[in-house]
Structures are given as structure tokens and as C-alpha cells.
Design a protein around this ligand. Structure first.
Ligand code: SF4
Length: 208
């Protein structure tokens, strides 16, 4: 059984090889991380993780937002929220990574390694990436609704087009789940909706 709190003082390094050592990394070392059960979570079924480091990862945040489909990017405060699945999030700050909702210690450590790898890989490739400053949280349910067939036919499994629009904004459903939208008469609306979603970096939650 996982302990209530699990601390590591040693420094995490990415898997290293002779070649990797020669590549400059933005986040070479994680100085400290702690994995713990949230006291306020009555279910006690998930673990959280906080990792801190001296490196400043803020320069890579808009590139991570573009590549990984950030849920919310606060450019002013340099905070990027990635939703991996329902209840499983990673929040990136200039000197901190916070992971919410890991299944166990192994998953928390794997997620930490994964995001450290993404930070370094995307930083390395940043000149080939168009940074993104918008994010999915900026999508408006009413704007999505205007571009739906608005028949409330329930074929998507939601009781109304409004309910579907709200779920779509969250990434909990997909455009394919609204069959009428794919009819020829709604082609223009569908294309506008696709462009609107893409402009905010929309992605489905299970596409992580
Ligand atoms: S299937 Fe499409 S048109 Fe029908 S209720 Fe759902 S969102 Fe509305």
C-alpha cells in the first residue's frame, strides 16, 4: 500500500546515454519531489505529486501548449494546465510541476518522467513549433452551440445540444458523436466549428 507521503530528495535525471549527455536540456534536473495523498480528498484513492527545480521552464510553456493541447494557459502568470484524462491533470509553473490524480506511486513517477521528457524534447524542437497562446478553456459554450444543428435530437447521447456543447468544450465528446452535424446541409457549420475548436487547440480528453 502506498504511504501517505513519499518524499525524494535525490535528483531525477532523464534516462541518459552518451548522446543525450551532449544535448542541452531546459530541465536537466528535478531537485525534489513529493508524492502524497490529498488530505481533503475523502476518496483517498489518488495521489498527487509536487516537483520543484531551479530551472525556469516558462520559455517552453507556449510550445508545450501547442504540442500537447493545453487546457488552460495563463501567459501573464506563466501557468499551463494539461488535462490528461478526467481527474488526471498536470500543472506547470516556472519552477514547479504539480501532478493530480495519479493511480499510484509508479504512475506519479512515470508521469513526472514523461513531462520532464516532453519539456526537454519540445524545448529542443521549439524552432519548428508555432507557439500557442490560446487554450481550450477559452472556448465559449454558446459559440459552440451556435454551430450545432440545434435539433435537440439526443442522437449524441446528451439530452440537448447545449449539454453536448458543454461536454464538447471539456473534451468529453467528439464531433463524430453528433451524427446530424455530418449531413451535407450542416457542412458549413461543421467546418466553422472545426476551425473554431482548432483555433483554441481543442482535443478530446482520452487523446492524451
Ligand atoms: S446529436 Fe447533435 S443535433 Fe442532436 S442533440 Fe446532440 S448535439 Fe444536438
Amino acid at each position: 500500500m502506498a504511504p501517505e507521503s513519499y518524499k525524494r530528495a535525490e535528483r531525477l535525471s532523464p534516462e541518459s546515454s552518451g548522446d543525450l549527455k551532449e544535448i542541452p536540456m531546459l530541465l536537466e534536473k528535478i531537485d525534489k519531489y513529493e508524492i502524497f495523498r490529498p488530505k481533503c480528498d475523502s476518496t483517498k484513492e489518488v495521489l498527487h505529486c509536487i516537483a520543484t527545480f531551479d530551472a525556469d521552464i516558462s520559455p517552453v510553456l507556449p510550445y508545450l501548449n501547442a504540442e500537447l493541447g493545453g487546457w488552460d494557459y495563463d501567459q501573464r502568470n506563466q501557468v499551463l494546465l494539461l488535462k490528461l484524462s478526467a481527474g488526471k491533470w498536470i500543472t506547470l509553473h516556472p519552477h514547479q510541476i504539480a501532478i493530480r490524480g495519479a493511480r499510484d506511486i509508479e504512475e506519479a513517477e512515470a508521469l513526472l518522467k514523461w513531462i520532464q521528457g516532453q519539456i526537454n524534447d519540445i524545448y529542443e524542437r521549439r524552432e519548428q513549433i508555432e507557439p500557442r497562446y490560446t487554450s481550450q478553456a477559452g472556448l465559449k459554450v454558446m459559440e459552440i452551440l451556435k454551430l450545432l444543428p440545434m435539433t435537440n435530437c439526443k442522437a449524441c447521447g446528451y439530452p440537448t445540444c447545449m449539454a453536448y456543447a458543454a461536454a464538447l468544450r471539456e473534451g468529453e465528446t467528439r464531433l463524430q458523436d453528433c451524427p446530424p452535424l455530418w449531413e451535407e446541409k450542416f457542412k458549413e457549420k461543421r467546418e466553422k466549428l472545426q476551425a473554431y475548436l482548432e483555433s483554441f487547440g481543442w482535443r478530446a480528453l482520452d487523446a492524451a
